[in-house]
Write a protein that binds this ligand. Sequence first.
Ligand code: PMP
Length: 357
Amino acid sequence: MGKPRFRSIFDGLPAYEPSRAVRSATGDSHLLAANESPHRPLPDIVAAITEAAETINRYPDFGGTELTARIARAHGVTEDRVAIGAGSVALLQMLLQAVADADAEVMYAWRSFELYPVLADLAGVRGVRIPLVDERHDLNAMAERVGDDTRLVLVCNPNNPTGTLLGHDDLRAFADRVPADRLIAVDEAYFEYVRQPGARSAIALTADRPNLVVLRTFSKAYGLAGLRVGYLVGPPYVVARLRKAYLPYSVSAVAQAAALAALGRQKELFSQVDEVVAERARVRGELTATGWAVPRSESNFLWLRMGAASGEFGDRCGDAGVAVRVFPGEGLRVSIGTPADNDAFLAAAAAWRAKTR
Ligand code: PMP
């Protein structure tokens, strides 16, 4: 019997393995694998979702008119500079499809967000990986590698999974070295967690550049990972083309209403972000005090480069009911959760230290 013919790229595609909940023998379960917000949704946001549910027999507003306008206002840009998507990954996928000529290349640092190579493969675009140096983007090597076939450069800032941040001036100087007919997408999924003095969003760089876009999400700081809303800020030319590529109605009315409600509750949500940032400092402080090497993180997770031991430590965390993200042979990423979540992880780290010392 024959099989349906798929593009050969599907043969090598890794199956995406979403993080799974784990539970300790005593029933503890701490979800620190997916960089989600540990806070339950605010009652106002749940109320907005319930209200929007009343109309789900109808298709939602196609382009998310009200949400787009509200996002534009929040960033002080015009509405023709904002596109929304079903999570920022949907916008990333559209960007890759938009540039996927034969021979097109997309460049990104490595290690970075694990979906970049998967989306590149799916779009039929060759991925070019530029190794991190000291857990940071090597912007010089990236600028030098931009070639005729480079159509898109992805810069994850802060970088997932290392948590490191590129300075605004460095990013601007990099953007100046990339020809204006190549797209640069700065993925700021975690930017709300940045506290480095003088840090600025790359949104400021989109005003006078025809080729720079910034991706943001409601999945992290806004606590809406389960509803899938992300957005892009960029030049009107790029935004208009992406809007043509929208998968019809992919951002549901419920998701649009929740995102609008979340923007209306930004103050409360950002004070939850402050709590996560304070916990990040506490967890990193305790780890470094006990001999762990942990790069300074500007995101809602920490990176432990443990090499071959990563898998075993990940298993021990699992036994303790703490779900973390293991990158086999490389390292382990742990999200910052509630103080109780973080204490459970710190206990697992201390037990590992005691055993391996
Ligand atoms: N970019 C980065 C760097 C991420 O880590 C993630 C989520 N893990 C995303 C984008 C995707 O976010 P969304 O939920 O908006 O699709």
